[in-house]
Design a protein around this ligand. Structure first.
Ligand code: CA
Length: 232
């Protein structure tokens, strides 16, 4: 795995390099935003670790540039605890994950593995949360060993929720995504379909994934690292 570490603080860059190399990664370090952007756009990396405050182009501008060029290389932002707004901007710009300094290198490695797995699944057209998998090509859904039969609308809802686990969608957002026409705002189509989806996906499982957020809408729980649904 080739990793580009964009970090101008030498101590931190050195610590990341050493930790990653000890775990078998090929690491390049760059401390200048302009040079980092050139590297990122001309060489293939499996993941980029990106600091925000840099001499030259800042990290968010690098990220924006990459995504505007449709470069989908996984990017993990490394931010200071105080950079909350930058972190949110970064996620909106298409960062795959973030870590706040200080962190353990083991944590960084876990995140690298997680984002590259996600990218691989994406290329295969697979969405996975816990033991729930959706094959977008074959339009097949499995919960553990069980195959789940869904209608087109139920499939659309599940796909929407699974693309960003943990994010809450309002009924209106789900209606627009799945039905996509002018609908009566009083309609209960979403609730009816979610109820059916739940019955099919969650009923026989010990860890339900589809969650109602009272007064707001619905979301899919994030999977914990051990593969079970995360109760947070
Ligand atoms: Ca910095």
């Amino acid at each position: 795995m080739r990793v580009l570490v964009v970090e101008d603080e030498r101590k931190i860059a050195g610590f990341i390099r050493q930790g990653l190399e000890e775990h078998g990664f090929a690491v390049e370090v760059c401390g200048n935003g302009d040079e980092a952007y050139t590297l990122a756009t001309t060489r293939p990396y499996d993941t980029i670790i990106l600091d925000i405050m840099l001499p030259g182009r800042d990290g968010l501008s690098i990220l924006r540039g990459l995504r505007e060029r449709k470069n989908t290389v996984p990017v993990i932002l490394v931010t200071a605890r105080t950079e909350l707004n930058e972190r949110l901007d970064g996620l909106n710009l298409g960062a795959d994950d973030y870590l706040t300094k200080p962190f353990y290198v083991e944590e960084l490695i876990a995140r690298i593995h997680a984002v590259s797995r996600r990218v691989k699944d994406d290329q295969l057209g697979l969405l996975q949360v816990g033991d729930l998998t959706v094959d977008l090509m074959q339009r097949k859904v499995r919960r553990g060993e069980r195959e789940v039969e869904l209608t087109a609308r139920e499939f659309g809802l599940l796909e929407r929720l699974m693309r960003t686990p943990g994010r809450v969608f309002t009924r209106t957002q789900l209606l627009e995504h799945v039905w996509g026409y002018d609908f009566d705002p009083e309609t209960n189509l979403v609730d009816v379909n979610i109820r059916r989806l739940r019955k099919k996906v969650d009923d026989e499982s010990a860890s339900p994934l589809i969650e109602t957020v009272r007064g707001v809408g619905y979301r899919l729980r994030k999977a914990a690292p051990d593969g079970r649904a995360d109760a947070r």
